[in-house]
Design a binder for this molecule. Structure first.
Ligand SMILES: CC(C)(COP(=O)(O)OP(=O)(O)OC[C@H]1O[C@@H](n2cnc3c(N)ncnc32)[C@H](O)[C@@H]1O)[C@@H](O)C(=O)NCCC(=O)NCCS
Ligand SMILES: Nc1ncnc2c1ncn2[C@@H]1O[C@H](COP(=O)(O)OP(=O)(O)OP(=O)(O)O)[C@@H](O)[C@H]1O
Length: 207
């Protein structure tokens, strides 16, 4: 099975592009969703987070207080490194399990959508790099509108990710998302047969 990595910085449109792949019947693994699953109440990871950061990052209902943890880790690089060292191996394990199950189901290709595809060893799991690309200013505006957070915090998160130029250097395919969501949908529809052909060629390689 071909695994197409779909990446892009915060607010670039990975979720929007993922929805287009889902509509075409392509299975999508969303690393941000996996990152939520591994810290569900009762998980070892959540206990370790509470022991390290204190009860201030746990809500009254037992869930992780994500905005509280976000403010800490994007302000202090050392704390972000600690969190990533805890979560990234768990996220990777879960992604691997899902990829194995999808492969066994006979899907020609799957999409792994992740903001940190190229920054982590997740890039070792994929055969193609698809970058959702918009200018930084658009990332900032769309993220502020979506999450209701300050520009300064969006800029801190951007600083923890690859730059637009570095990301584009790794791209096999680029989805420009500076236009409308309909235009993005058309771009994904045009990419789908290309990925199917690559998947076909890849499966031939294994015969
Ligand atoms: C800090 C947390 C709790 C904030 O949660 P919140 O609900 O506000 O954001 P969410 O998880 O939806 O992420 C939103 C976006 O922030 C950016 N982001 C998240 N984590 C990171 C990180 N470690 N480095 C750089 N950017 C990141 C991504 O663009 C992501 O799409 C959360 O992002 C987290 O647990 N991050 C560490 C795990 C991780 O690296 N996840 C990224 C996917 S592998
Ligand atoms: N072409 C577009 N035109 C206008 N708004 C868009 C477009 N594409 C996405 N958006 C909006 O921009 C915001 C960011 O998009 P999306 O959530 O898909 O980004 P993302 O890359 O998944 O972000 P994150 O890294 O934070 O998870 C969302 O509110 C989305 O509805």
């Amino acid at each position: 099975m071909l695994v197409a990595g779909l990446t892009g910085g915060i607010g670039s449109g990975k979720s929007a592009a993922s929805a287009c792949f889902t509509a075409l019947g392509v299975p999508v693994i969303d690393a941000d969703l996996v990152a939520r699953q591994v810290v569900e109440p009762g998980s070892d990871a959540l206990q370790k987070i509470a022991a390290h950061f204190g009860q201030d990052v746990i809500r009254a209902d037992g869930q992780l207080d994500r905005p509280a943890l976000r403010r800490i880790v994007f302000d202090k690089e050392r704390e972000r490194n600690w969190l990533e060292a805890l979560l990234h191996p768990l996220i990777r394990e879960s992604i691997l399990d899902t990829l194995e199950a999808l492969d066994a189901d006979g899907h020609p290709y799957a999409v792994l959508a992740s903001p940190l595809l190229l920054e982590t060893d997740q890039h070792l799991l994929i055969n193609q790099v698809i970058v959702v690309d918009v200018p930084e200013q658009v990332q900032v505006e769309r993220t502020m509108a979506r999450d209701g957070i300050e520009e300064a915090q969006v800029r801190q998160i951007l600083a923890a990710q690859l730059s637009r130029e570095e990301r584009l250097q790794h791209a096999d395919q680029v989805l420009d998302n500076s236009g409308t969501e309909e235009q993005l949908q058309e771009a994904v529809k045009a990419l789908h047969p290309v990925l199917l052909a690559l998947a076909e060629a890849e499966s031939g390689d294994h015969d």
